[in-house]
Design a protein around this ligand. Structure first.
Ligand code: NAD
Length: 262
């Protein structure tokens, strides 16, 4: 019996990196996984690999910034499964640029994905999660929001990103307070990864904005162990928060950074 056996789970940004590892891990542990992303080919591949390993997975196209699509995705989950037990708001982007060079368009784009997308996940996810109350396979719902160590302190060059991830941290705590108690029985926690080896680093322009950032070099220079984290390191923490083993953990934050913030 898996650690999240029978739970219906939604993971946004699940086609790559941390989201793909979360979806795969929860699928392996018995969850029925709904994956959403912009990248349909890779999203379908991840869903297919979960099914090939004997799990249950459904991929849906979704831009997390579009509210109308959120309503459609929740409708589809309701039709297929009749409930939602775990929501992992993972989709995010990072734009690295000095404040005085950042355009308002860049600021708004990053905020739209990292903050609006997370807000919309809760707004549209909570009503369906209320169906996962006591007596169902789960003693209640669990929302996991992927913030960052950049949501715990400022970051030169990543000011906009830090602002969005700090917002996610306090939004998660607010959701936790609003959804605690008998009616909702939904927990909400944030995870703050450190330097994790994914394509997000390659997508960011480098310091001179003509070369990708070498995440290994960043980890070697900043992480006490010198090591780059893996998407699996983050997925392991999500699995814990998604499972009933964390049923007394609410409004909290888990830092997955090998001591970077210590
Ligand atoms: P990634 O770029 O490898 O994957 C992000 C996924 O999100 C991609 O599949 C992308 O298509 C999808 N996505 C982007 N915009 C979207 C949108 N509007 N709608 C739906 N999907 C969208 O990045 P990652 O490193 O796996 O990051 C996942 C999360 O972890 C992000 O929230 C990121 O901020 C956070 N994070 C990453 C690190 C790190 O070092 N990699 C550290 C801290 C926090």
């Amino acid at each position: 019996m898996g650690q999240v056996q029978g739970k219906v789970v939604l993971v946004t940004g699940a086609a790559a990196g941390i989201g793909a590892a979360i979806a795969t891990t929860l699928g392996r542990e018995g969850a029925k996984v709904v994956l959403t992303d912009l990248d349909d080919a890779r999203g379908e591949d991840v869903a297919q690999s979960i099914r090939a390993a004997g799990g249950e997975a459904l991929y849906l196209h979704q831009d997390v910034t579009e509210e109308a699509r959120w309503a459609e995705v929740m409708g589809e989950i309701d039709r297929r499964f009749g409930r939602l037990d775990v929501l992992v708001a993972n989709a995010g982007i990072a734009i690295i640029v000095p404040i005085i060079e950042m355009t308002l368009e860049q600021w708004r784009k990053q905020t739209a994905v990292n903050v609006d997308g997370v807000f919309l996940s809760a707004k549209h996810g909570i009503p369906l999660m209320r169906k996962s109350g006591p007596g169902k396979p789960s003693p209640g719902g669990s929302i996991v929001m992927i913030s960052s160590v950049a949501g715990l302190r400022g970051s030169a060059g990543l000011a906009g990103y830090s602002a969005t991830k700090g917002a996610v941290r306090l939004f998660a705590k607010s959701v936790a307070l609003e959804c605690a108690g008998a009616r909702d029985n939904i927990r909400c926690n944030s995870i703050h990864p450190g330097i994790i080896g994914t394509e997000i680093w390659e997508k960011m322009p480098g310091e001179r904005r003509n070369a990708p950032i070498d995440a290994n070099a960043v980890a070697a220079a900043t992480v006490p162990t010198g090591q780059l984290g893996t998407p699996q390191d983050v997925a392991n923490a999500v699995l814990f928060l998604a499972s009933d083993a964390s049923s007394y953990i609410n409004g909290s934050e888990i830092v997955v950074d090998a001591g970077l913030m210590a």
